[in-house]
Design a protein around this ligand. Structure first.
Ligand SMILES: Cc1cc2nc3c(=O)[nH]c(=O)nc-3n(C[C@H](O)[C@H](O)[C@H](O)COP(=O)(O)OP(=O)(O)OC[C@H]3O[C@@H](n4cnc5c(N)ncnc54)[C@H](O)[C@@H]3O)c2cc1C
Length: 294
């Protein structure tokens, strides 16, 4: 590992608590910030397959456990944050580190409609593809043409929409694959009308979600025919606290770090909510937030 660490400028024992919205979590054994897809591919090709690799976006849907993450944590840097309108009509190519909001604004500035829903989702394009992120009845599966990925074995490939087999908050990315770029297709729109929609979304988010808190977005998936927040409310969990973690008073499918929560507080509170909802309604909620590490 030492040779690889020196060759690729890996940072050992890197603090991860600043890399996610909850502001919790331990350390990465090694942190790697590749300069481009080829460097990432070369590195993964050289890295023994038994060493685990975890990729992070901006950590807006993740609890990193207090014991940290073994192996390599990859964070895509600024060089993955480029975007351009292509020569095909209404088609935009973006790097996987681009923020969803920035893509929505870029599309609006270019009079391309259909990507407005992304403006309220505070993650990166890589995370959005992985999670099939969505809002207001739209999701990534409806606008994505294809994604460039680097496989765990270090191969650069392109997967089309069908190959990603999207379902609710899920994509079928191959295990260990890292999205490095994505191509989206929107449709003709009016710049000012699209920008007005973005403003509406911003206002509605501010009114209904604890977006200024240390949170991780929707904690649980909506079970078929139900809304997770309603079940949580019915089970009396609004405002419930465990250590420094709390179920948001504003939107009870959100957990909050009130200041000094550990990852264990957040995860244990989530489990407590699941148990109480099950006892009250017979429905076992499924985590939407990814919990990773030790
Ligand atoms: C206030 C708030 C509101 C939110 N609202 C919504 C909403 O309306 N709709 C919605 O869908 N989500 C919502 N979320 C959740 C979150 O923003 C999305 O899931 C987002 O897509 C996660 O992106 P990220 O870059 O932060 O990924 P992370 O949280 O860093 O990672 C999430 C998962 O994606 C993987 N991943 C990240 N980058 C890549 C990559 N390049 N290649 C492969 N895998 C990758 C990670 O390994 C992990 O498994 C909200 C979150 C917050 C905090």
């Amino acid at each position: 590992m030492e040779k690889l660490a020196a060759k690729y400028n890996l940072r050992q024992n890197a603090d991860l608590s600043t890399t996610n919205w909850f502001r919790v979590g331990g350390r990465a054994e090694y942190l790697f910030r590749p300069e481009n897809a080829q460097e990432l591919a070369d590195f993964l090709a050289e890295l023994p397959l038994e060493i685990p690799v975890t990729v992070l976006g901006v950590g807006s849907n993740i609890i990193i456990r207090d014991g940290g993450i073994d192996g390599i944590v990859v964070k895509l840097g600024r060089c993955f944050a480029e975007y351009a309108v292509t020569s095909t009509e209404y088609v935009i190519e973006v790097g996987a580190a681009v923020l969803d909001l920035n893509l929505a604004v870029f599309a609006a500035e270019n009079s391309i409609a259909g990507l407005e829903f992304l403006s309220g989702i505070p993650g990166t394009i890589g995370g959005a593809v992985k999670m099939n992120a969505g809002a207001y009845g739209a999701d990534i599966s409806q606008v994505l043409v294809s994604a460039e990925i680097v496989t765990r074995a270090g191969e650069i490939r392109t997967l089309n929409n069908a190959e990603l087999a999207f379902s609710y908050r899920h994509s079928n990315l191959p295990d260990g694959a890292i999205v490095t770029k994505a191509i989206f297709k929107g449709q003709a729109g009016n710049r000012d009308e699209i920008l007005a929609k973005l403003n509406e979304i911003k206002k509605s988010r501010e009114d209904t979600q604890p977006i200024r808190s240390r949170t991780g977005g929707s904690t649980f998936k909506n079970p078929d025919g139900h809304k997770a927040w309603e079940l949580i409310d019915r089970a009396g969990c609004r405002g419930l606290m465990l250590g420094g973690a709390q179920v948001s008073e504003k939107h009870c499918n959100f957990l909050i770090n009130t200041g000094n929560a550990t990852a264990a507080d957040l995860e244990n509170l989530g489990e407590e909510v699941r148990n109480r909802v099950f006892a009250k309604t017979g429905i076992m909620l499924e985590w939407e937030i990814k919990r990773i590490g030790n």
